[in-house]
Design a protein around this ligand. Structure first.
Ligand code: PLP
Length: 441
């Protein structure tokens, strides 16, 4: 298990999260069920923002990268905590606005923002848009001109750092679809282009070097490359960087192969980043920029678990044992996408010693529908409550209705109290947008 004091085994031998017994939650809300621990979400938002306060005189803002888990309640928590958010689509922006999130604290990303998404962002007066293409810069400048405004922007650059992470989730390698490369000069050219735009105000740069990164050195290197670029661009174009967004990507615990960081230890990433920034800006004689960081996974990932009920158990003698649950790739797609690893336990018999290596199979008609392979478990029986840990990020947000399965509801627990933050879907929801043309009737 991870090292959260809000996730533990209680005296009944049951898994407990946020003061709530998981077997009770399964009974009350049914399974599959996404469960979020509010305290952990808040603690993670705070540790980053407090570090900026302490180590950088508060001259920065944490933006929760909401693609990790987007719903109105999580935006409401971020708003209460006083941090900002980033969004990557009109849908995320809409959800945040519905939750009453302050527009000026929203930053919009995307390598191919659609015209209606840009119009929506400008109409809602969002704080910052991160530009990632010439065509987008043109469109954005034109739409801002039509509205008589000057929009604050950052330019997405690619510092060319290979972060230590899974290859599928790397974004800053030279062949990335994201950003303009520092190394090949396109970042400088694009900067010059943006500076000519009358209705765009370039504040600085953004980079995001990958995800599930534990290596502090990757962030240190990225800062070094960025500051060198800030200096070069000041010398060549006279442009002074006011803001620097260093992206997210801080790793979390999924299995014993991963580091088990306490909330406080996440401070170290940011301190390393800030210390490097101060040192490098000193070396080049640059003013310290306002900084943004954009953690997503590390804020909600370990805060979430998924509860299932065990159904069929099937053993292929000498080969493998499958424990099937009432979920699957429709609500837990990361194994199917990246072969991600997880830790699971039986929530109703949490003290039982794991005795066998099994794979957890979903209920979709797809042999790749495994949600975790090679998991150590006690002998599971039909009716057991299975908990998969660290499912708070990129699970609900990537869920689908594949096989017309219902996307599970999500609940938020705190001090033993549990509330829906995403209601259960119904079969009516599935057919809500279906139409039968006259000629088929
Ligand atoms: C995905 C993403 C993040 C968040 O990454 P995590 O690994 O979830 O922390 C931050 N910034 C950008 C631009 C992203 O695409």
């Amino acid at each position: 298990m991870n090292s959260r004091d809000t996730l533990k085994i209680n005296s009944a031998g049951h898994l407990e999260i946020g003061g709530a017994d998981c077997t009770d939650l399964a009974k009350e809300f049914g399974t599959p069920l996404y469960v979020y621990d509010e305290t952990h979400i808040r603690n993670m938002m705070r540790v980053y923002q407090d570090t900026i306060k302490e180590a950088y005189d508060g001259r920065g803002l944490v933006l929760y990268a909401s693609k990790a888990f987007s719903c109105e309640a999580v935006y409401a928590i971020a708003k209460q905590e006083g941090i900002g958010i980033d969004v990557v689509s009109g849908g995320e922006l809409y959800t945040a606005m519905q939750a009453g999130f302050p527009a000026e604290k929203i930053c919009m990303h995307g390598n191919n923002k659609l015209k209606h998404e840009i119009e929506f962002a400008l109409d809602r007066k969002i704080g910052t848009i991160v530009v990632d293409a010439y065509s987008e810069a043109d469109m954005l400048d034109e739409e801002a001109r039509k509205r008589g405004i000057v929009q604050d922007i950052l330019l997405r650059i690619n510092p060319g750092i290979e972060a230590h992470t899974h290859a599928y989730v790397q974004t800053a390698t030279p062949d990335s679809k994201f950003g303009f490369s520092i190394a090949d000069g396109t970042a400088e050219k694009m900067t010059a282009y943006l500076l000519q735009k009358k209705n765009l105000r370039l504040k600085g740069f953004h980079c995001h070097i990958g995800s599930q990164i534990f290596e502090k050195q990757s962030f240190v290197l990225a800062v070094e490359k960025n500051v060198k670029f800030m200096s070069d661009i000041k010398n060549s174009l006279g442009f002074v960087t006011e803001s620097l967004n260093m992206g997210g990507g801080f790793g979390i615990w999924y299995t014993q192969e991963d580091a088990k960081l306490t909330v406080k230890e996440y401070k170290e990433y940011l301190l390393a980043l800030i210390q490097t920034l101060k040192k490098e800006c000193g070396t080049y004689g640059l003013q310290l920029p306002f900084i943004y960081i954009e953690p997503g996974r590390s804020i909600v990932g370990e805060a979430g678990i998924t509860l299932y009920t065990v159904g069929a158990v099937k053993e292929i003698p000498g080969i493998k044992k499958y424990v099937a649950i009432d979920g699957g790739m429709f609500e837990s797609p990361r194994y199917a996408l990246y072969h991600s690893k997880y830790t699971a336990l039986l929530a109703n018999r949490a003290n039982d010693t794991p005795t066998e290596m099994i794979s957890i199979a979903g209920k979709c008609c797809e042999s790749g529908d495994i949600i975790a392979a090679n998991v150590n478990l006690p002998k599971a029986q039909t009716g057991d409550i299975l908990a998969v840990l660290s499912t708070g990020a990129y699970h609900y947000s990537m869920a689908s209705n594949y096989n017309r399965n219902l996307i599970p509801p999500a609940i938020l627990v705190k001090d033993g109290k549990a509330d829906y933050i995403v209601k259960p879907q119904s079969y009516e929801d599935l057919v809500r947008n279906d139409l039968i043309p006259e000629r088929l009737k």
